[in-house]
Design a protein around this ligand. Structure first.
Ligand SMILES: Cc1ncc(COP(=O)(O)O)c(C=O)c1O
Length: 392
């Protein structure tokens, strides 16, 4: 029997070990040539002119908003079906997040909802490519063009993903990727801001490193002047060379890692098809490819209690799971600060309590995938444990 299958685990090999050792032995571990090289390679992979390496996706969203001058008095529309970081970055910038409902199939920002939430204060839209499936960027791009808004992609889940000619991260004015431990590629913690606009890349760089005119590596080297200017009270968001080296090794394997995620998703789609109580995520089409960062299944007609009982049963059968996401409008802070009077979120509220994310990480071998399939089938066929005992 295979060991417990965790919800997620990074895929590190010799290349990652050697990359980290290379930096450890180099005498320079903070932001330097590895971070620059990672930026160039990442921009090349995504297809944008510029990339700025940062210590998180949250930081990338924050500096993108600051770079566009979005702040107090401004509103930014984000989906309710996301991690708090998407909306928190808006708050960090001093602006107000406005939550919007999502479309039922892909759980991404609903463009009609967005239209209904526009005001004279709206400055940007931040769609999330939920689970790795691209948001409806065509209609959102049109809304942005018609109203003079910025489109900033939260591409935390997508490396890579496509929708026709659009690739995640190169459609918006700017995009933010995450390299958190569970993400499609990881630097343990890290993020990347991508944009075609050199001014935005420059601004983001300044904001991310204390507002310094020159980074440390360029001040310490022999023959380089020590002087620098501070033209704003910036943040401390730079990526270390240690993290960047890990990122470069991961990026070199990104297509292989994506192919493995896709293969696992295809097994689930085939082997879990037809289970009466389980709804599977939409499959890839020739034109629309998910990064398969997540494999979110829906337990039909479940509530939170039944969903948690199902997750507990999977756990006892040796399978770790997660939930993406508790919608933001249900959290106390967002309920009080980001929901308009009388606003409702019928799609998110209908689906949120049914969602369970199954493990879908590249390091899973065939036995681990088979174990997940068997556990889900078994839990599915058993009587609902949340309905017995004291509940009668
Ligand atoms: C949709 C989304 N946006 C942003 C983030 C924040 O990423 P990071 O942890 O790199 O700041 C996450 C993290 O999981 C996320 O899921």
């Amino acid at each position: 029997m295979t060991a417990y299958v965790p919800f997620a685990e990074p895929s590190f090999g010799r290349a990652e070990e050697e990359a980290v050792l290379r930096v450890v032995r180099s005498g320079w571990v903070s932001t330097g040539i590895e971070a620059r090289a990672f930026e160039e390679e990442f921009a090349g992979y995504v297809g944008t002119a510029h990339a700025v390496a940062l210590n998180s996706c949250t930081a990338a969203l924050h500096v993108a908003l600051r770079a566009y001058g979005i702040g107090p008095g401004d509103e930014v529309i984000v989906p309710t079906m996301t991690f708090t970081a998407t909306a928190a970055a808006v708050v960090h910038a001093g602006a107000t997040p406005v939550l919007a409902d999502v479309v039922p199939d892909h759980l991404t920002l609903d463009p009609d909802q967005v239209k209904s939430l526009l005001t004279t204060r709206t400055r940007a839209i931040v769609p999330v490519h939920y689970g790795g499936r691209m948001a409806l960027l065509g209609p959102l791009r049109e809304i942005c063009a018609a109203h003079g808004l910025r489109l900033i992609e939260d591409a935390a889940h997508t490396l890579p993903a496509r929708d026709g000619a659009d690739a995640a991260g190169r459609v918006g004015d700017a995009s933010a990727f995450s390299f958190f431990a569970t993400k499609p590629i990881t630097t343990a913690e890290g993020g990347m801001l991508c944009t075609d606009d050199p001014r935005i890349a420059d601004e983001a760089r300044r904001w991310s490193l204390h507002g310094l005119s020159r980074g440390a590596v360029n001040r310490y080297r022999p023959g380089h002047p020590a002087a620098y200017d501070v033209d704003r009270p910036g943040f401390k968001y730079n990526m270390s060379d240690l993290a960047a080296a890990l990122g470069r090794a991961q990026l070199a394997g990104a297509d292989r890692l994506h192919a493995r995620r896709t293969a696992i998703a295809e097994v689930y789609l085939r082997e879990l098809a037809g289970l009466e109580r389980l709804e599977l995520p939409p499959p890839d089409t020739a034109a629309n490819r998910s990064s398969w960062y997540l494999f979110p299944v829906r337990l039909r007609a479940a509530g939170a209690v039944r969903r948690e009982a199902f997750r507990r049963r999977l756990h006892t059968l040796g399978v770790g799971t997660s939930v993406h996401f508790e919608p933001l409008h249900r959290f106390s802070w967002y309920r009080d600060h980001a929901v308009r009077a009388g606003q409702t979120f019928p799609v998110a509220d209908r689906i949120a309590d049914t969602l369970i994310s199954l493990p879908v990480f590249p390091a899973m071998d065939e036995a681990a995938v088979a174990r997940v399939v068997a556990a889900v089938r078994r839990a599915h066929d058993e009587p609902d444990p949340s309905r017995d005992g004291t509940r009668g």
